[in-house]
Design a protein around this ligand. Sequence first.
Ligand code: UDP
Ligand code: MG
Length: 387
Amino acid sequence: MNVITASDSIKYARELSVVIPTYNESENLPILLGKLKEVLNGIDYEIVVVDDDSPDQTWKIAQQLSNENERIRVIRRQDARGLSSAVVTGMASSNGKVISVMDADMQHDETILPDMYRAIAEGRCDICIGSREAPGGGYGDWSKSRRFVSYTAKALAYLALSTPIKDPMSGYFALSREYFDRTIDRVNPSGFKILLEFVTRGDNPRVEEIGYRFRNRIYGETKLNATVAVEYLLALIDLRFGWLIPNRFVKFGMVGVSGSIVNFLGFAIASGLGVSVPLAVFIGVQSAIMWTYFGNNLFTFSPIRYRGMSYLRGLVLYEFASIYGLVIQLSVVTTIITYWPTVNDYLGLKYMAYMVGVAFAALGNYFIHTNYTWNRLGYKLAMPVRS
Ligand code: UDP
Ligand code: MG
């Protein structure tokens, strides 16, 4: 991987590292770097641009700028994607005693960066957040819908947060090298909101927030989309329950729930068309199998998914694994009814027995899919790893 680890580089030679993740920011980056040069005058800083191989060749522009200015370094990632992991890669390769992150799009006000730097360099806090909620802060002119999304995301963040912070959704922050070193091995570098990871995974960080007004984008466009929203929810679940449930299982469960809807729709449509009940059940189950195979392949097991012709091979394995799930479900329900016949007399209890069967089948299927269906390298049976 194109990463220089801290131990390879000169030991924390700089006072401040500014990590800037970029994706299609070729117009913004040169302007931002010019502004940073002005405001950081007097601080011994370095800039680490981490570009995920932008189609607009931001990395090329960054490399040109880096040839003219020895404070600028560029990491062009061709083997990995994603905002949080880009930030972590940049931080891991950085040299500063204080490490900061900011967007390349000038939405983050660079004039407060020296204050953020000092808050940490002077030992006042472990993490300093550029905050839209602190005095002097604000969101600029956001549309109602964007405000609503941000408000909901913030409310959800409080469910996972152990340290109360006013602007948990901020992408603009700085932390001490020392805090980074003692937290990084617990941080999950997937998703969009890396600040939440640093705040929540660490041991009671001292946090300070400095207000700034969020600016509008002039060039380029936001990379926030529906995928990011789903990733955000997964990251929150992982923050709260990660010690208990692997993230991959949560994804598997989400696909499973959508599968039961497809199952029902398939059954309802087939019955509506007048086919016999057993055939309608079969059509419902098959639709659900095709759907959940597609969903799990693309979402749950995305990094190791079946592509091209092997997609069908995976489907065959998946069908077999589904029979196994069906057998588990039947055995569990029959066992419950055998040992507790009263279940037969109450519809509510029957539903509960059914749901217990579904839960066991889901666990069994999950186990077999991680160890068999999507275990294409043929590892020995092992408990699933987190993704
Ligand atoms: N970014 C990135 N990789 C991604 C998504 C975003 O490097 O997969 C960068 C992007 O170029 C910008 C910053 O991360 O510098 C924040 O993204 P964006 O401005 O699109 O998010 P928003 O501010 O709209 O939440
Ligand atoms: Mg932005």
